[in-house]
Ligand binder design. Structure first.
Ligand code: PGA
Ligand code: ZN
Length: 450
């Protein structure tokens, strides 16, 4: 047990309907504690969601918030969950025991009765209460003695479901892996963001922002996109080989058997609707293969769709030794699915989103499975975010290698600002791992090309 151990307990948990960065209702939990303080958590929400994510409970009343109200989830916190957890001694219960109470109370495999949004709000608030009980900051509660900062992924051009342009590759990111510190990574990333703004202006392109704080991608191809970002990088005096590399999140589940704008896929259609034509998994793998030869790309997330296991196998076989292949939609931070994906050898890195699974404990289990199999964990925000900086603290867990939390706006920056404070607290002990934050084979490959 770290720090002081003041005995105190949960007085009550209350739900509250708040709003996320897309003007859409979301859930907050306020946990009142017997020392007069309170712990809290604000839940984010995705747009390009994986099909196996735990259920985000919405009211479904079309007359209110387009069916997206969360009053039922809020009520579940204030009534059922409150009855189950009030009076619990914070020091007498571990996070795992606490989360088990919530999972058992819900009683469904995907948290559909009480809602994963309600459950995560309470689970996250309990982690904050634990840190308070230990008398340490939230990051220290997760970090133990770890002083390794996460490497930053920085989404600077938004498309797909995060901007209405019709361009399919959802996220174009830069990764300042060559920085000496997290603060230098912030300087590199923000400099490239501003430089890209000038490049876009010079080309007469708009500079409005998408859901994750990057510019709405005005280009229709990955080639134009990559060239503009590389120009922005070089204008800052950085090299993509040694300082700031490119990365993409295709979010290609959104174009498997359907167009980007469609909500439901045709089960018999096993093609990707990409660039105005139908493409097979082989075409998509060949597409990425060509692009990694042409451009300095260090990481590709969801370069293939979640229903296309064979496509994932093919992508991993052909690119897995050169590029970090991050699996998001396929695994949904779900330990049972991660076990299977590891066995099948799909990708070499896992994306971690707390609200895909719904409790802190299951997220930690997902992270352990990932690291034990030699993969990296990339901790992620959702496209609909709140100002909660929880993941900035959680990113200090020793099993997290990288963090992606967009590129501008207080909802995105809150997480990075937390990390800047942590880095300052750590002082000279803080380590920015650079290439060491990547899967071994990718690190070795990148070193060879330098
Ligand atoms: P989402 O997208 O939060 O809209 O699901 C983020 C991602 O695909 O990584
Ligand atoms: Zn993704």
């Amino acid at each position: 047990m770290k720090g002081k151990t003041v005995p105190f307990s949960i007085v009550s948990v209350e739900g509250l309907q708040i709003f996320d960065s897309r003007d859409t209702p979301s859930v907050m939990c306020k946990m009142s504690l017997s020392d007069g303080g309170c712990a809290w958590f604000k839940v984010p929400s995705g747009a390009s969601t994986g099909e196996k994510e735990a259920l985000e409970l919405r009211d479904g009343d079309p007359k209110r918030y387009r069916g997206k109200g969360v009053l039922k989830a809020v009520e579940n916190i204030s009534k059922e969950i409150n009855s189950a957890v009030k009076g619990l001694e914070i020091n007498g219960v571990t996070q795992e025991e606490f989360d088990k109470i919530l999972i058992k109370l819900d009683g469904t495999p995907n948290k559909s009765r009480l809602g994963a949004n309600a459950i995560l709000a309470v689970s996250g608030a309990f982690a904050r209460a634990k840190a308070r009980a230990e008398g340490v900051g939230l990051w220290k509660h997760f970090a133990e003695s770890n002083a390794r900062m996460p490497v930053r992924q920085f989404n600077i051009l938004n498309a797909g479901k995060h901007a209405d342009t019709g361009f399919e590759v959802q996220e174009t990111m830069v990764i300042p892996f060559g920085a000496e510190s997290f603060s230098e990574a912030m300087e590199m990333g923000t400099s490239v963001w501003h430089s890209l703004k000038s490049v876009l202006k010079k080309q007469g392109k708009p500079t409005g922002r998408g859901d994750e704080g990057g510019f709405v991608n005005p280009f229709g191809t990955i080639d134009e996109t990559a060239k503009a970002v590389l120009e922005a990088i070089s204008k800052c005096g950085y090299s993509p080989e040694t300082d700031v590399a490119l990365a993409f999140d295709g979010a290609f589940s959104e174009i498997y058997g359907k167009d980007l704008k469609d909500e439901t896929a045709d089960a018999d259609d096993e093609t990707y609707h990409f660039g105005g034509r139908r493409a097979t998994a082989e075409d998509i793998v060949a597409f990425w293969e060509e692009k990694i030869e042409l451009y300095p790309i260090i990481s590709i997330e969801d370069g293939i769709g979640e229903k296309d296991t064979d496509g994932w196998r093919l992508l991993t076989k052909r690119l897995g030794s050169k590029v970090q292949l991050v699996v998001d939609d396929y695994i949904c931070t779900n330990p049972a699915i991660i076990r299977q994906a590891i066995k099948e050898g799909l990708g070499n890195s896992n994306l971690i989103k707390l609200n895909q699974i719904g409790t802190v404990t299951e997220t930690l289990e997902a992270m352990k499975l990932t690291v034990d199999s030699g993969r990296t964990n990339v901790l992620s925000h959702r496209s609909g975010e709140t100002e909660d900086d929880f993941i900035g603290h959680f990113a200090m867990h020793e099993r997290i290698s990288q963090i992606k939390s967009g590129s501008s706006g207080s909802d995105r920056m809150a997480k990075y600002n937390a990390l800047l404070m942590i880095e300052q607290d750590l002082g000279p002990k803080a380590v920015y791992p650079g290439l060491n934050a990547f899967p071994t084979q990718v690190k070795e490959h990148w070193k060879q090309r330098q």
